[in-house]
Design a protein around this ligand. Structure first.
Ligand code: NAD
Length: 495
């Protein structure tokens, strides 16, 4: 067999093994003719791999140690190695999108396969090494350069709603900036995350010789989260999730970049194009069964256009629930705990309905819907659980408001000051400005679906970690850097 064919076959075998999560074979045959590329560390557990198998570890401390060693290797590999890793992650997320989307859906049982696949393909749009431009100054006293340099090892927490996409986007950003990373995934989405990590490490080691650049705890727990936070190797945390993990990360005693919860309101005024507004609300609210943190969660519509907006939504295929159907769905989709919320029963979301298909919600509501229905909607008041809770279901409540001012005030209340995402459909710039100022959100989208805020149909770049309470915004490679200044006094200004 020729050396070329041997290498090709090894690549194919590695790829297949990576997909099924099995260790790659030892490179004995290839080594014999001198054509071997370095193999992934999984065959050499004791040889410096700190007990990990292609980045997958049982023990958080060992994962952090291995990532620290990988960080040193990445430094040696320079910008060229970072570029290679970014290329590997982007192309593998794209080429494995169908399979990884499938295993993520099978494991989590939330969301939609078509959108899970699309989210992985979108990793191509995550910014990489090209994003980092040093800032130079030149003057009478010489020259100065401010460089965007890595932290070292980053501890990252990923959500159940987009496990492999968040992990992949984080690796692109973090490694582009020169860091290594250790993940504690959501326990309900950890198996698929480990599969992707194994495959990435196999390819990264093969192409760059660096082992365990992105690590993961195979069975993530609160203890492994705490160990990650406490590790001396971890210099920075990046958490993507709900209020609980944001609070925990902020109490960890380390700098934390927090991509926290949202409950994005939509305001539709009487200057908007109703057809466009309806199709955008459906596209965004139905995306991955409304799992997106930026997704349309509640709509405030001016009274005078509310009927025509709902008629357009029906024309575009959304199904309207009447009040009896909505009552049945509400009782199924929320549980009501007595004694919270000032003596009133407080709603909390029934996890059995999060990210489920419209058909599941329709069954609970007692209504038959066409098979291809993307979204359900119904009229509620502004205090309804579907408005105030971040419900992550393909149902959008529509609330009538008498004025734009009332709509903005209600949207602000529903957004809970998460400062995450808000959307308006309007052609009145004063209304847009007033809402933008009042809600003070990280993303503010006008006349588009929520995805336009992350580069899908609007200008911009993608990240699945939008740092809201800590203020870094849509994360990118620069987010994961330390700015360091290098000063040459009185020299090297060449004119
Ligand atoms: P979740 O908060 O249940 O879990 C997120 C991650 O945090 C998981 O890895 C989980 O294991 C961990 N976690 C949860 N509580 C913890 C605690 N007390 N200590 C340590 N770790 C803890 O969220 P989810 O259901 O996986 O994801 C949905 C939530 O995440 C929504 O609130 C959504 O808005 C938010 N989210 C935000 C962004 C963003 O970019 N801002 C992106 C995706 C999801």
């Amino acid at each position: 067999m020729s050396a070329v064919n041997e290498a090709l076959i090894r690549d194919i075998v590695d790829e297949i093994l990576g997909r099924i999560g099995a260790p790659a074979p030892a490179p004995a045959a290839a080594a014999s003719n001198g054509a071997a590329k370095p193999d992934c560390g999984c065959q050499h557990r004791s040889a410096g791999s700190a007990g990990g198998q292609c980045g997958v570890f049982q023990d958080a401390n060992k994962a952090c140690e291995a990532a620290a060693a990988a960080y040193v290797q990445l430094q040696k590999g320079g910008v060229a190695a970072r570029r290679k890793v970014v290329h590997i992650v982007k192309t593998m997320a794209d080429s494995n999108a169908a399979e990884w989307g499938r295993i993520e859906l099978e494991e989590t049982k939330i969301g939609r396969l078509d959108h899970k696949i699309e989210k992985l393909r979108g990793i191509m749009g995550v910014p990489g090494v090209e994003w980092l431009h040093p800032y130079g100054l030149s003057g009478d006293h010489g020259i100065t350069l401010e460089e965007y340099t890595p932290f070292g090892v980053i501890g990252a927490i990923t959500p159940s709603t987009h496990s492999i996409p968040t992990l992949s986007g984080n690796i692109v950003n973090m490694v582009a900036a020169g860091n290594a990373v250790v993940f504690n995934a959501h326990p309900a989405a950890a198996r698929c995350a480990a599969t992707a990590i194994r495959a990435y490490n196999q390819a990264i080691q093969r192409e760059t010789g660096i082992e365990n650049l992105c690590c993961i705890i195979e069975q993530p727990t609160l203890e492994s989260f705490k160990a990650l936070c406490a590790s001396e190797h971890v210099r920075l945390l990046c958490v993507t999730g709900g209020p609980g993990v944001v609070k925990a990360a902020m109490q960890a005693g380390k700098r934390a970049i927090c991509a926290g919860p949202g409950n994005p309101p939509v305001l539709v005024d009487d200057t908007a194009c109703m057809k466009r507004a309806a199709s955008c609300i459906i596209a965004g609210g139905a995306y991955d069964n409304n799992l997106l943190c930026i997704g349309e969660k509640e709509v405030f519509a001016l009274d005078k256009i509310a009927d025509s907006l709902m008629a357009e939504m029906e024309k575009a295929g959304a199904v309207r629930l009447n009040s009896a159907q909505l009552d049945r769905l509400t009782k199924a989709a929320f549980t009501f705990k007595e004694g919270q919320g000032g003596g009133c029963a407080e709603p909390s979301v029934n996890k059995d309905f999060i990210g489920k298909d419209p058909a599941v919600l329709a069954r609970a509501a007692g209504v038959e819907i066409p098979a291809n229905t993307q979204l359900l909607f119904g009229e509620t008041d502004s205090k309804h659980p579907f408005v105030i809770e971040e419900q992550m279901m393909p149902f959008v409540p529509i609330v009538r408001v008498a004025s734009v001012e009332e709509g903005i005030a209600a949207a602000k209340t529903a957004e809970h000051n998460y400062k995450h995402t808000a959307i308006i459909h309007s052609h009145n710039v004063e209304h847009m400005t007033a809402m933008g100022r009042a809600l003070d959100t990280t993303l503010f989208i006008k006349n588009g679906p929520c995805m336009a805020g992350l580069g899908a149909g609007g200008e911009g770049y993608l990240s699945y970690s939008i740092a809201t309470p800590t203020g870094e915004g849509v994360t990118n490679p620069k987010t994961f850097t330390r700015v360091r200044r290098c000063v040459m006094v009185d020299n090297l200004r060449i004119y």
